[in-house]
Ligand binder design. Structure first.
Ligand SMILES: NC(=O)c1ccc[n+]([C@@H]2O[C@H](COP(=O)([O-])OP(=O)(O)OC[C@H]3O[C@@H](n4cnc5c(N)ncnc54)[C@H](OP(=O)(O)O)[C@@H]3O)[C@@H](O)[C@H]2O)c1
Length: 512
């Protein structure tokens, strides 16, 4: 099987990584077909997988290895960032992919899996190393992990040194502080923290990783990155789509749990953290946790006045009529679930004292876009603030997606004798500069897990601290249900109250 992988081609990126088997639980699900298998295919094709590697899909439906491979081929052709499928490569690579049918709680299923993995170990020399990817509903996380332990598929790190086992856990990790703690309690009976890889796919995005490089590999920004120079920060995760066919899922989640508590908080902590003492996983995560720990708890008044929830109603998206959330498939016609959230947080540490961080996320907004905007304080108005007209503040924008890049708004003199001042934008775009689209987040994250690097995965204390901020909001909402839903038309920038939050403080949301 060695020679079938393109691992020895010159110029390919390659860490010295161990052979292993990747087992995907939920292998017939949406995430596997759209993201995980295309990512594994691209890793294989780019020569980044270990030379000795196999992948086993685990799910409930009956199917043969061949049927599974055929379906995956269709998924890859549809969803891979590189299309069409490379037939020559796939022809060999598919032989390393297998299917295992079982219920998640079946002892017999795990016994057979253990035997099957041993056979694969013998065939591919994968040496007992395992990654288990739990792409399943959260209620199955503890059951699967317990079964893996019971059947000797995950190892005790203190007893077994010649092979390793790691478990990737999909989001969401709990739905509030209590459930996250309960889940952690269950899984930590069987796994050491070093074996747990809690995925937040935002961390796999190139532009998110670049936040650290941008901040700590450039001398010019760090001295401005504090309360002396920054007026405020805005973090936006905007989607133009509604919830589509994910009504069931979204009715249990809402936007806070789906986007803000995890993805937005990752952006916030990378943006606000202190320089880590090294680039080790724990050094970086230590600094991120400190940021989240420093966030001022929300007061009763904050919960009422500065946490704004909304739900989209009917409207127009890109000129086309769009239905309201309550008319979506599998949604309660009286649903109180939020599809929009804006809030203001303060980080009570030396660097950020008094600087508001405004966070917002929403569905059915006019445009798709994720960005971090740093709005700097005004220049002293002694020279160019003529006739009371203020110049625009400098704004640094890190665009996470789409159109990944970084821009800086500065004031310039318009050519000619009258000298008006106009804001202009200096713009760096990944796509045009590097001439290629970045790899998918899941490629990076699967590869990191195989190579044992947990930097881009959430540590348990990060998750706990984040829930400590958001659980009081959920509790407040459960006592005070919304009375104004739907509160913004599809295709608008959210509820009026969110604009008022900024207006009261003489600020405005950025238009993306
Ligand atoms: N989909 C996304 O875009 C997305 C994005 C981010 C995170 N996630 C997270 O990823 C996870 C998976 O999401 P998904 O959308 O892929 O889910 P899904 O489409 O509902 O797939 C569920 C998978 O679990 C299997 N399954 C369910 N019950 C089982 C049982 N009792 N025994 C054995 N297999 C069983 C199903 O197998 P059968 O089909 O054979 O029954 C299927 O393969 C969830 O935690 C979700 O929150 C998903």
């Amino acid at each position: 099987m060695y020679e079938k992988c393109r691992l020895e081609e010159p110029g390919r990126m390659r860490r010295n990584i161990d052979p292993c088997i990747l087992v995907i639980f939920g292998a017939t699900g949406d995430l596997t077909g759209r993201k995980l298998l295309p990512a594994i295919y691209n890793l294989g094709r780019d020569g980044t997988l270990p030379a000795n590697f196999a992948c086993v899909g685990f799910a409930r439906r009956e199917k043969t290895h061949e049927q599974f491979r055929e379906e995956l081929k269709g998924d890859i052709n549809q969803h891979s960032r590189t299309k069409p499928i490379d037939e020559g490569f796939w022809h060999h690579f598919q032989e390393q992919i297998y299917y295992h049918q079982s219920e998640f709680d079946s002892d017999e299923g795990y016994e057979k899996l253990a035997l099957f993995l041993k056979q694969i170990d013998n065939r591919y020399a994968t040496r007992g190393n395992r990654v288990f990817y739990l792409s399943v509903q959260p209620k199955f996380f503890p059951i699967i992990i317990e079964q893996l332990k019971k059947h000797g598929l995950v190892y005790n790190v203190h007893e077994v040194e010649d092979r390793w086992s790691r478990v990737i856990i999909e989001k969401p990790f709990g739905h509030d502080s209590q459930s996250a703690a309960a889940l952690q309690g269950e899984i930590s009976k069987h796994l050491d923290e070093s074996q747990i890889y809690r995925i937040d796919h935002y961390l796999g995005k190139e532009t998110v990783q670049n936040i650290l490089v941008f901040r700590f590999a450039n001398a010019i920004f760090e001295s401005l990155w504090n309360y002396k120079h920054v007026d405020h920060v805005q973090i936006t995760v905007a989607e133009d789509i509604g919830i589509g066919t994910r009504g069931h899922f979204f009715e249990e989640q809402g936007l806070l749990r789906d986007i803000v508590q995890n993805h937005v908080m990752q952006l916030l902590s990378l943006m606000a953290m202190e320089p880590p003492v090294s680039l080790s996983a724990d050094a970086i995560r230590d600094e991120k946790v400190k940021v989240v720990k420093s966030i001022r708890p929300l007061s009763e008044e904050d919960l009422k006045e500065t946490v704004i929830r909304g739900q989209y109603g009917k409207g127009f998206i890109h000129g086309e009529p769009a239905r309201g959330y309550r008319e979506e498939q599998d949604v309660d016609p009286n649903s109180k679930i939020e599809t929009y959230l804006a809030l203001r947080l303060f980080i009570d540490n030396w660097r950020w004292a008094g600087v508001p961080f405004y966070l917002r996320g929403g569905k059915r907004l006019p445009k798709k876009g994720t960005e971090i905007a740093v709005i700097f304080k005004d220049a002293p108005g002694v020279l160019f603030n003529m006739h009371g007209k203020k110049n625009d503040p400098n704004v640094l924008v890190i665009r996470i997606q789409p159109d990944e890049g970084i821009s800086m708004k500065i004031n310039c003199k318009v050519p000619g004798p009258s000298s008006p001042i106009q804001p202009v934008k200096m713009d760096f775009r990944y796509g045009s500069y590097f001439g290629q689209s970045p790899p998918e987040a899941y490629e990076r994250l699967i590869w990191d897990c195989i190579s044992g690097d947990s930097t881009l995965f959430a540590r348990v204390d990060e998750v706990e601290q984040s829930w400590a901020i958001y659980t009081p909001i959920l509790q407040y909402w459960s006592i005070h249900p919304p009375t104004d839903f739907p509160s913004y038309p599809s295709g608008s920038w959210g509820p009026k109250k969110a604009d008022e939050l900024m207006e009261k403080e003489n600020r405005a949301w950025r238009l993306l």
